[in-house]
Write a protein that binds this ligand. Structure first.
Ligand code: 6R9
Length: 652
């Protein structure tokens, strides 16, 4: 690893001096957070306002059969009191949200904290009118419009639990998630403009609800004014309901451990998991990571380009920035519309100080040339961030040289839906960075590298294996919705006493961490997690498909692409039309992000004698790496592999 570790980018002296933490501060705070977690979090837990202050800080166990995670357990608070009310006196007229619409012809909106308060309270009262009470679940299926933030906060205001379903998911996927958490209300909009095209979200909601979920109410935001089909009963316009309710809605007093939200994410089985996050620990950690990782200061304009349908949008568009009284940018569009300069045009227009995006977006823009960046004044940028997948050094260098002009520090933040906030990340004034490394742990985080087979912790500084975390941090997920056993089994059973991340990792001689990618059957497509089993079950649900195996393969823009091996039912012909049909089928079962990039017809799949598909071999074939298939002696029928290779070479 010497070649990778040789190039270091230390923070500038100005940055180190002005930042919340320089190296000495980071070192001291980190040391305290590990030697005295109780003391450290007792102090930093006060970064939010409590209704009833906590007296207990940490009560957590990763013990097999008894996994239990509680932080600040006797404290009470309300997240919206922290994200809105406490700012009203000092910054009521400051912009809380800058909304940048999809079309450059539409005007941006600047929503002040006072307005945010009013809209959130109104929406909260509308939810109450619809019968929503504390603990009820509300599904959000919305474009990137301010109402998405109001809806999240409105739920938090009254103690309802939101579950956001990415608006790019299909009606099928939406229905499954409404069902899984037994939601009372779905909030959606008429249409959703994105990249100049409009999708009809209400149609998908109707498809999802009409047959099986008549009793689920639907609250509709008017975004485009297009024609939509109304269900016979149970549909309501938000703007009509808002006329009838008051703008006063006192925040509900919540226990620190009450759930704040559920967010479904892919794992190695076919069924997505409902990741449950708590109220107190989550908001403390979202606020603190937002402040330190991005070195956020009062008055800064912060832009995270994620969608609120992903955890990144939860923690770093809405909860973290608003808890800190920031101005947060919410962008409805895509990086390449109307052209590849849009991100930089928006940075210039709104004088963005911290910009946070994904490697897949950087790679896509990198291919379009530097002139799209150079046209714009990016001199307000102070910190650049990345998240979602390992960033390759070429993309890192382009981000650093072309966007940051070599003077803006890059924070490569490693974390997960399950972790609620950053676990490995540089701090801009403290950490010398290396292109491609997520560097060092955040306060309170104890990463360890285990030998994958024995599960032994590797204590040498330089190490390679699976990444686990030794002890809890406040924003750790608390359970899988409705299935605590699955929570224990997924994260705490392979390596006893540790939280297992599912990622492979190297640690170099300087103790820096380098994520090498998932070690389970999860692939990372454009920074979105996709369980191979989910795509497989969608494929085999098609009448003409007998069997399917899905693996990831290297893709220049997406990081990983979806490669599907498909065995057809006897008598079915493998035609180009059928290939198209299967692509459309998977889109409608899961959503466009799950569409296979390549489908290879497979007369047979390589299986062991006990019937297990040998994915290792399928991965190698998909990578065009035929020389290194490894041991194939346990295959029931080794000739299957030769057929697949031959077909792959003929691009069959
Ligand atoms: C926040 C988010 C989590 C998985 C994670 C890892 C990959 C995320 C990364 C990264 C390398 C980074 N990942 N950030 N890999 N470097 N900076 O992305 O959550 O959608 O749950 O995905 O993404 O593999 O395990 P989520």
């Amino acid at each position: 690893m010497t070649d990778q570790t040789s190039k270091m980018y230390p923070p500038s002296a100005e940055m180190a001096a002005a930042a919340h933490a320089d190296k000495a501060t980071y070192d001291a705070m980190y040391a305290q957070s590990i030697s005295d977690p109780e003391g450290f979090w007792a102090e930093h837990g006060k970064c939010v306002d409590w209704i009833k202050p906590f007296t207990k800080v940490k009560n957590t166990s990763f013990a097999p059969g008894n996994v239990d995670i509680k932080w600040f357990e006797d404290g009470t608070l309300n997240v919206t009191a922290n994200c809105i009310d406490r700012h009203l006196e000092t910054r009521g007229d400051q912009t809380a949200i800058i909304w940048e619409p999809d079309s450059v012809d539409d005007e941006a909106q600047h929503i002040t904290y006072k307005q945010l308060h009013e809209r959130t309270c109104k929406m909260a009262n509308v939810l109450k009118e619809l019968g929503v009470t504390k603990g009820d679940r509300v599904v959000l299926y919305l474009p990137m419009i301010p109402e998405a933030a109001y809806a999240m906060l409105a739920c938090a205001r009254i103690g309802a639990i939101h579950s956001i379903v990415f608006a790019g998911f299909s009606a099928e996927a939406l229905g499954a998630r409404v069902n899984a958490c037994d939601a009372k209300v779905v909030i959606t909009s008429d249409g959703a403009p994105r990249g100049g095209r409009v999708t009809n979200l209400k149609d998908s909601v109707n498809q999802a609800l009409l047959n099986d979920f008549d009793e689920v109410k639907c609250l509709v935001v008017k975004r485009t004014g297009q024609q939509i089909a109304w269900r016979p009963e149970g549909d309501y316009w938000l703007h009509e309901m808002e006329e009838k309710v008051s703008a006063d809605c006192p925040p509900e007093e919540m226990n620190a451990e009450d759930p704040l939200f559920i967010l479904y994410t892919s794992g190695s089985t076919g069924q997505p998991k409902g990741v449950v996050h708590s109220t107190g620990g989550y908001i403390v950690y979202a606020s603190m990571t937002h402040q330190y990782t991005f070195d956020y200061h009062d008055g800064d304009v912060f832009w995270c380009t994620a969608d609120v349908g992903w955890v990144t949008g939860h923690s770093y568009i809405v909860y973290g920035p608003l808890a800190n009284g920031a101005t947060t940018v919410m962008f409805e569009g895509v990086p390449t519309y109307p052209d590849a300069g849009r991100f930089w045009a928006v940075c210039e227009k709104h004088k963005v100080n911290q910009f946070y995006t994904a490697p897949t977006a950087i790679r896509a823009l990198m291919g379009q040339g530097t002139e799209f960046v150079e046209k714009y004044d990016l001199s307000d940028l102070k910190v650049l961030g990345t998240v979602g997948e390992p960033i390759n050094p070429e993309a890192w260098n382009w981000y650093n040289d072309v966007v940051g002009k070599g003077t803006v520090p890059i924070v490569d933040t490693w974390w997960q839906t399950e972790t609620g906030g950053h676990l490995l990340t540089p701090l801009p004034g403290a950490t010398a960075t290396k292109p491609g490394s997520a560097t060092l742990p955040f306060f309170g985080v104890q990463p360890v590298i285990l030998e994958p087979t024995s599960g032994e912790e590797i204590h040498d500084t330089a190490a390679e294996g699976v990444l686990c975390i030794k002890d809890s941090w406040p924003a750790q997920m608390r359970t899988v919705w409705g299935d605590h056993e699955r929570f224990e089994k997924t994260y705490f059973s392979d390596y006893k006493g540790y939280y297992f991340t599912g990622d492979g990792c190297k640690r170099d001689d300087d103790g820096y961490y380098w994520i090498t990618g998932r070690v389970d059957d999860v692939i990372n497509v454009s920074g979105h997690r996709m369980g191979t089993a989910e795509v497989e079950s969608a494929l085999v649900a098609h009448a003409k498909v007998a069997e399917a195996a899905v693996v990831g393969y290297p893709h220049a823009i997406k990081g990983q692409g979806i490669y599907a091996y498909v065995t057809l039912m006897t008598g079915e012909e493998p035609t180009p039309e059928l290939r198209k049909e299967l692509e459309v089928w998977v889109r409608s079962e899961i959503g466009p992000i799950a569409k296979p990039d390549l489908i290879q017809w497979a007369p047979g799949l390589p299986k062991t004698r006990s019937g297990k598909i040998m994915r290792r071999i399928l991965r190698k074939i998909a990578e065009d790496d035929f020389g290194a298939l490894g041991d194939t002696s346990t295959l029931a029928d080794p000739s299957v592999v030769d057929d697949l290779i031959e077909n792959r070479m003929n691009k069959g």
